[in-house]
Design a protein around this ligand. Structure first.
Ligand SMILES: *[C@@H]1O[C@H](CO)[C@@H](O)[C@H](O)[C@H]1NC(C)=O
Ligand SMILES: *[C@@H]1O[C@H](CO)[C@@H](O)[C@H](O)[C@H]1NC(C)=O
Ligand SMILES: *[C@@H]1O[C@H](CO)[C@@H](O)[C@H](O)[C@H]1NC(C)=O
Ligand SMILES: *[C@@H]1O[C@H](CO)[C@@H](O)[C@H](O)[C@H]1NC(C)=O
Ligand SMILES: *[C@@H]1O[C@H](CO)[C@@H](O)[C@H](O)[C@H]1NC(C)=O
Ligand SMILES: *[C@@H]1O[C@H](CO)[C@@H](O)[C@H](O)[C@H]1NC(C)=O
Length: 381
């Protein structure tokens, strides 16, 4: 009996190995060939391999309409615009499609063409699993600060309306708010609000909120959930009525991300800042790289119990609450235009960037360091 089982195990092993090697062989390698002569020498032709959020126009329209610094870029989704894919200067791939599959990728590729990975979404929700994508992309265009072409969902300005770049050298000694501003906060009576559209998330924010509600109830405080995941309703077609209620009624707003990924902090924190509420943030970003010090509560670090306690204390002690707004005397924060193609065109016009050959050898890990567990990859051999 034992020998039969052993024999069977061996046969299954061999079958699996043969099947595996068959599949590996079937995946044709991409042919890399020299670049061929171009039609228009100074036009950068960009093939959108997939639909890219925010880019809806073919041709140069995007660049002229947005009055970009460089206008010599041309978008198309027509893969047969030229007789050969190698005529394109760049190909842009969307994270969502890349995450979904590695089917139907280009068969030929020029060595001086740029393959660009673009994402407006979190690596936590769209990990890339197929090994095909390691050593595939030359540039990345994402919210990750270490991307080739990085962007931020939120831009910080100083009081002269000058954009502050990546090196946010925060001022820690900030001026207290004015009595006028204090009185604009006086109508608030409720602890916290949150607008949710996704009810189950990979960040498990729904559990955090549930536990936070438990701790807050000990102080007779509540979290009011607006939208389809809660019992409260505000604007059906626009968020404006919701913002009005946050501004007049709520001390805090829960800016909880739907997924945990480094540098991933979306505009939801502006729902708080723009409406004079203090954001309680949950995510995996280093918040100090994005938001002014002492302007928010970092729930991911504090945990449910301490978050509830600090919220209660700030509601009780107005001095404490007002201190959360000191940043307003020194900074302004606004929503950024993400995946801004003017920037893309600027990079495609930079000779040294173009000539510099680069590729993401371990792309899957760069994009999501936990891709193996997200992708269900376990090591058998
Ligand atoms: C990314 O773009 C899609 C499509 O435009 C949009 O539905 C989604 O909300 C965007 N994601 C973020 C995080 O902005
Ligand atoms: C794509 O470009 C080719 C060559 O210019 C043209 O013949 C074809 O009609 C275009 N296809 C679409 C869908 O626009
Ligand atoms: C909460 O409300 C109950 C009943 O109104 C009251 O007995 C209790 O002292 C309150 N607790 C706090 C922390 O305010
Ligand atoms: C309120 O908070 C401020 C600042 O943290 C502190 O100095 C003050 O002692 C507190 N007041 C009370 C009554 O606890
Ligand atoms: C090209 O990019 C490099 C590195 O970002 C920068 O130092 C340089 O000034 C750029 N060149 C031009 C012409 O913009
Ligand atoms: C792009 O990446 C590919 C794959 O690693 C590489 O062969 C090619 O030389 C790179 N090209 C540029 C222009 O960086």
């Amino acid at each position: 009996m034992a020998r039969i089982v052993k024999c069977l195990k061996l046969i299954i092993h061999i079958v699996i190995l043969t099947l595996l090697s068959y599949f590996i062989k079937r995946q044709e390698p991409v042919k890399i060939v020299k670049k061929i002569e171009r039609y228009v020498p100074d036009m950068k032709h960009i093939l959108l391999w997939n639909k890219i959020p925010g880019i809806d126009e073919e041709g140069q329209k995007y660049f002229t309409r947005n009055r970009c610094e460089h206008l010599n870029c041309y978008f198309t989704m027509n893969r047969s615009l030229f007789s050969d894919l190698r005529y394109f200067d760049a190909l842009v791939f969307n994270a969502e499609d890349v995450s979904r599959s590695a089917k139907g990728l280009p068969k030929v590729r020029s060595t001086i063409q740029k393959y660009i990975f673009a994402s407006n979404e979190s690596a936590g929700n769209f990990p890339v699993c197929n090994p095909m994508y390691d050593d595939f992309f030359n540039w990345t265009w994402t919210y990750k600060l270490h991307s080739s072409i990085p962007f931020r969902y939120i831009t910080v300005y100083n009081t002269n309306n000058e954009e502050l770049g990546a090196d946010l050298n925060w001022k820690y000694d900030m001026k207290p708010i004015t009595p006028q501003f204090m009185s604009s906060l006086s109508s608030k009576t409720l602890a916290a609000a949150v607008i949710l559209d996704k009810c189950t998330t990979s960040s498990k924010r729904e559990y955090f909120i549930h536990n936070l509600q438990g701790y807050l109830s000990e102080y007779n405080l509540t979290v009011d959930i607006f939208g389809p995941c809660g019992t409260r309703k505000c604007g059906r077609t626009s968020l404006k009525p919701c913002f009005y209620r946050i501004r007049t009624n709520y001390y805090f707003y829960l800016a909880f991300e739907d997924s945990l990924a480094d540098d991933f902090i979306t505009r939801s924190v502006l729902f708080a800042y723009n409406n004079n509420a203090v954001p309680v943030v949950l995510g995996a970003a280093h918040y100090n790289k994005f938001l002014p010090p002492n302007s928010y509560l970092e729930a991911s670090r504090l945990g449910e119990k301490l978050t509830a306690k600090l919220m209660y204390e700030a509601i009780q002690n107005k001095t404490k609450y007002y201190d959360f707004f000191r940043w307003r005397n020194h900074y302004a924060m606004k929503e950024s235009k993400i995946l801004n193609a003017c920037t893309l065109c600027r990079f495609l016009n930079n000779e040294s960037w173009l000539r510099h050959s680069s590729s993401y050898k371990t792309f899957r890990e760069w994009w999501n360091p936990y891709f193996e567990s997200y992708c269900g990859i376990t090591k058998y051999w």
